[in-house]
Design a protein around this ligand. Structure first.
Ligand code: ATP
Ligand code: MG
Length: 251
């Protein structure tokens, strides 16, 4: 009744006293409106606890009806292998967007567990990048940058995607700053984008960095959708790793 009366304090007191299994059963009996209320009442960590006692298949429908930030936070709180099991039931695109909302360490662990092979672009990329659309104006993107820049790995290059999340262009921060405010991104971006496939060997990726002198490169999946970026510092790690391998072989 505290749930129906929207009495958050009493609800939390009674609800959190139950075993997580009972919490899950109670939750499952509620209609969508009341489920939404529960999402608002519980922290992602508290919700993750009760979700652990559900079947993976059951969780999917709930995950998708939540605010993505909330579900992203829940996935970060879950044991990574559970999170991976859940993500494995989702579409690639959805997975990428969840990973981009998770804590960096958690996301990178999950990504590896999701099966990107070791020593490929996918295993060294980060999902913390800024996506912009070809239909936005320079002014809109500048505003967006103010908001998003603190969490992005680099803002030096801005990768542009079309409505199907496919990589469509690139522009540098400098290109953006010198453009007229009302210019469309489509008009100022460069459409010839050098990108690497998520499965590309890290040594080949390092070679591309050396050939083109870019500070970052976009990573795409097999449908050409932007799923991550690799920055130059990741490449330094690769070079170091390869050099010490070569050295020990020599020894
Ligand atoms: P700087 O004066 O520091 O060189 P810049 O804006 O010229 O600034 P660069 O790093 O030299 O930046 O990049 C040159 C151009 O390459 C930019 O216009 C950018 O849009 C483009 N660029 C960046 N990444 C890619 C990429 N992956 N594929 C194709 N072009 C890219
Ligand atoms: Mg330049």
């Amino acid at each position: 009744t505290s749930l129906k009366k929207d009495d958050i304090r009493t609800f939390r007191e009674d609800f959190l006293e139950m075993h997580t299994y009972e919490q899950a059963n109670f939750f499952k009996e509620q209609d969508k409106m009341l489920r939404r209320r529960i999402y608002g009442y519980l922290s992602p960590g508290e919700f993750a606890e009760l979700m652990e006692s559900m079947e993976i298949e059951e969780t999917i429908s709930y995950i998708t009806e939540m605010n993505p930030y909330y579900s992203g936070a829940i996935l970060s709180e879950l044991p990574v292998d559970d999170a991976v099991d859940i993500l494995n039931l989702m579409e690639n695109e959805e997975v990428a967007s969840f990973l981009s909302m998770m804590e960096r360490e958690v996301a990178s662990e999950i990504r590896q567990l999701l099966g990107y092979e070791e020593k490929t672009a996918g295993s060294i990329m980060t999902t913390e990048f800024i996506t912009i659309y070809d239909t936005q104006t320079a002014e809109q993107v500048m505003k967006l940058l103010k908001e998003k820049a603190p969490d992005a790995e680099t803002i030096y290059y801005l990768y542009v995607v079309d409505e199907s999340a496919k990589l469509a262009g690139v522009l540098s921060l400098r290109d953006l700053i010198i453009a007229p405010e009302d210019a469309l991104i489509r008009e100022i971006m460069s459409e010839k984008v050098v990108a690497v496939s998520v499965a590309k060997d890290q040594e080949e990726v390092a070679q591309i960095f050396q050939d083109y002198d870019f500070l970052a490169l976009p990573v795409v999946d097999f449908q050409d959708r932007l799923i991550g970026i690799i920055t130059f510092d990741d490449i330094l790690d690769v070079l170091e790793e390869e050099a010490s391998e070569d050295y020990s072989m020599l020894a």
